[in-house]
Unconditional design. Sequence first.
Length: 148
Amino acid sequence: MQNYNEFEVLLVEDNPNDAELIMRALKTNNFANKIYWVKDGEEALEFIFCTGRYVSRNIQIPPKVILLDLKLPKIDGLEVLARVKADERTKSTPVVVVTSSQENSDLEESYRLGVNSYIVKPVDFDKFVKALSSVGLYWLAVNKPPIK
């Protein structure tokens, strides 16, 4: 049985290629050995709020950071972000949008809902790895979250 309370990073990404690149970038730079990947917004909410498949997970042990794509099946990333930031139990969990969307409306809505950072996925592989390494360095090594 997998211990869902041991994960430092929740990756919410429906594209397997992007997910693999993100996980590789974080692991290569030793920023996160404990990454949990979900492929849609519905599963992300189950993981975050410890319902459904993740009812045994402890909500008092949140991920250090949620890396969230916006264009997701079932429930989109903006809805996931809205629910995370609206709930007292999860609103302090850092959420970093990692998306291909350069739409100003997505950017504005993400910040209105409380996103901590918004990153557009670079097309170039090396730039993509560098961008994710920077995310890992800041959110997993530099940032000091509140202790629950």
